[in-house]
Design a protein around this ligand. Structure first.
Ligand code: AMP
Length: 413
């Protein structure tokens, strides 16, 4: 099947061709006709299947079909609700790519960023709004968004949205839109609570199911941040403040790194504990219990210390340091999204870890989703910092070991 068969008009076909897409993906083939037919749909598809275009293209097509109507001030006709700021930004990027040969306007609003620029864009009028739930409700309360004209409501990553505790917000948003709207629910998995939500707000929905494309990406959104080594702590704090919520494991390669990060997070009033090989069994068990009972929601760990521990309900895994053994990456992120839940994996990659990243991506056969929009970007030309071992230098700043010595010796955590 080609995109032309999907009855998309020229400006969209041109944008899709320029994006380098030859043919629609399976989820696009199955979903686009249903959306154009104004059906409510429940789509179970992972990130990486092309699901964003599966709703973005038919939404744009429907808006283009209506553009002959006399030009009034722009009103929000499509609303996409997304659980996280990163996903919201990605969705907007997608919309921007596909609508670049049209005069449709889109914008994105999310928490943790200044209200003013978002207010200004909204005042100018947009056709498509992408939003995280909290910020959308804030703006609505202040009378800065009008949802009276929404014809299509998309709930993206619905399972994640519910896991993050947005159920009441989602229901509120649904009620704020017109009754007659079309609702599109996208979710990596359809657990009972998503099914319940769908039953209560969708009207005789059609269902589309697309199989996973890789064991690692099962239900995990894998995001990658390039960041200078010295800024990793700042970026980690920024993500914890704005993006990463819930029960989190942060992996570091060394015990020293675990202790250092724990101190920083404690100083910033996070509820955190840690496990690594230098801690006594009792203190490790205490840390685990505090994590499991919810007394703390962040656990910092080395790989060996965390191995084999069954920790349920993990919302996110943070690879503060990328592992030098690629299989370790798969084990780490396998700790989130267990038992059909969804999860997030955030990887922070500095210049000297790019070779690890390469081997990880080769192993899992997936390119991680690079998030460029963050305050500590890495200069793409940055060279790895090689610490020459000096007698006066810290023992934690030794250069990397040779491949041969890595094989022979036990790792240092
Ligand atoms: P998504 O599942 O929406 O996160 O999309 C995953 C990636 O697939 C994005 O980088 C899209 O740009 C890309 N993509 C979407 N549709 C197609 C297509 N038909 N052909 C090739 N790549 C696509």
């Amino acid at each position: 099947m080609s995109f032309k068969d999907l009855k998309l008009s020229k400006p969209l076909l041109r944008a899709v061709a320029e994006a380098g897409y030859d043919n629609p993906t399976l989820v696009q083939e199955k979903t686009i006709p249903l959306i154009l037919d104004k059906k409510d749909v429940i789509v179970s598809a992972q990130t990486g299947t092309g699901k964003t275009a599966a709703f973005a293209l038919p939404i744009l097509q429907s808006l283009l079909d209506k553009q002959d109507a006399p030009k009034k001030g722009k009103t929000i006709k499509a609303l996409i609700v997304s659980p996280t700021r990163e996903l919201a930004i990605q969705i907007e990027d997608n919309f921007k790519t596909y609508c670049k040969h049209t005069n449709l306007r889109t914008t994105v609003v999310f928490g943790g960023a200044s209200l003013e620029p978002q207010k200004d864009t909204l005042k100018k009028g947009v056709d498509i709004l992408i939003a995280t739930p909290g910020r959308l409700l804030d703006l609505h309360k202040q009378d800065l968004v009008n949802l009276d004209y929404v014809e299509t409501l998309v709930l993206d990553e619905a399972d994640l949205m519910l896991d993050m505790g947005f159920i009441d917000d989602v229901r509120k948003i649904e009620r704020l839109c017109t009754k007659e709207k079309q609702i599109l629910l996208f979710s990596a998995t359809i657990p009972h609570k998503v099914e319940q939500l769908a039953n209560s707000i969708l009207t005789t929905p059609e269902r589309v199911e697309v199989a996973q494309n890789s064991s690692t990406s099962k239900n995990v959104a894998q995001l990658l941040y390039f960041v200078p080594k010295k800024s990793k702590i700042e970026l980690c704090l920024h993500l914890l403040r704005n993006t990463i919520k819930g029960n989190i494991i942060i992996f570091r390669r060394t015990k020293y790194g675990v202790d250092k990060l724990e101190k920083t997070l404690l100083n910033n009033d996070y509820k955190v504990d840690s496990i690594h090989g230098d801690k006594s069994q009792t203190s490790r068990q205490d840390a685990l219990n505090r994590f499991k009972t919810g007394e703390v929601n962040i656990l910092i760990a080395t790989d060996v210390a965390a191995r084999g521990i069954d920790i349920n309900d993990l919302d996110a895994v943070v690879n503060f340091d990328l592992p030098n053994v690629p299989e370790t990456y798969v084990h780490r992120i396998g700790r989130t999204a267990r038992a059909g839940n969804t999860g997030m994996a955030y990887s922070l990659c500095s210049a000297d870890e790019k070779s690890y990243l390469k081997t990880i991506q080769q192993l899992i056969q997936i390119q991680l989703d690079v998030i460029e929009d963050h305050p500590y970007p890495l200069d793409p030309k940055a060279e790895p910092i090689i610490h020459k071992s000096k007698k006066t230098g810290s023992k934690h700043r030794k250069g990397r070991k040779s491949e041969a010595s890595k094989k022979k010796k036990k790792r240092w955590y």
